[in-house]
Design a protein around this ligand. Structure first.
Ligand code: DX5
Ligand code: ZN
Length: 222
């Protein structure tokens, strides 16, 4: 069954604790935390201190999405802060194998994130080493953007590639996920759905996560 990862990027930054509690109580599977450095993407968000504070408030796995240049220099800081899953961007890492190995040597799940226009074949030599793949389905930088429709076929292509190699690598979808497109995304092959504005932009974020979980369960039945 597909997992739901609420992204606190769309929460009220003055009430992050509440946003995390809502996700926890609604039965979310992961907390997605977007780290932006103002270089790789033209926006700034959180640092390791915030991750360390969230760590104290939930036992859910913390899924840290590094949208930063030179990710290697940040990996130890986020491990120390309590990240469980760490994804770095293929476009941002020069020594990709080395950086992925570093995350794994810390005992954390290593994810590779790809921007919408980055071709899948660039993962050819590293795919089998990955714990998960994060496909961006909007251009990274902001929450609340519309899903890029051409990404549907990219998801199914990646799913067939993974299955064809007899690999078990979850595909995480990030950007423009909503209750209305979730089922299609699960059909395409999504295993983890990140949702920011679709959760925290709603009047009742808790109820929305519960609905997403129900939909994921329904879509997962043969
Ligand atoms: C965008 C971030 C996403 C963001 C998604 O750069 O990586 O995780 O929170 O937001 P929505 O779900 O609103 O598209
Ligand atoms: Zn993200």
């Amino acid at each position: 069954m597909a997992q739901i990862a609420p992204s606190i990027l769309s929460a009220d930054f003055a009430r992050i604790e509440e946003a995390v509690k809502i996700a926890d109580e609604a039965g979310a599977d992961l907390i997605h935390i977007d780290i932006m450095d103002g270089h790789f993407v033209p926006n700034l968000t959180f640092g390791p201190q915030l991750v360390a504070s969230i760590r104290k408030k939930t036992s859910l796995p913390l899924d840290v999405h590094l949208m930063v240049e030179n990710p290697r220099s940040f990996i130890p800081l986020f491990v120390e802060a309590g990240a469980d899953w760490i994804s770095i961007h293929l476009e941002a890492s020069i020594h990709l194998h080395k950086d992925i190995t570093m995350i794994k040597e810390y005992g954390k799940k290593a994810g590779l994130a790809l921007n919408p226009a980055t071709p899948l074949h660039l993962m050819n030599e590293i795919l089998s080493e990955m714990d998960f793949i994060l496909l961006m389905t909007v251009n990274p930088g902001w929450g609340g953007q519309g899903f890029i429709e051409s990404c549907h076929s990219k998801i199914s292509k990646l799913k067939s590639w993974i299955n064809g190699q007899n690999l078990k690598i979850p595909i995480e979808i990030d950007g423009g996920v909503k209750l209305s497109n979730m089922e299609d995304l699960i059909k395409d092959g999504a295993d983890i759905l990140v949702a920011g504005s679709a959760v925290y932009g709603e009047k009742d974020p808790k109820e929305t996560i519960i609905k997403m979980k129900e939909l994921a369960q329904k879509a997962g039945k043969p």
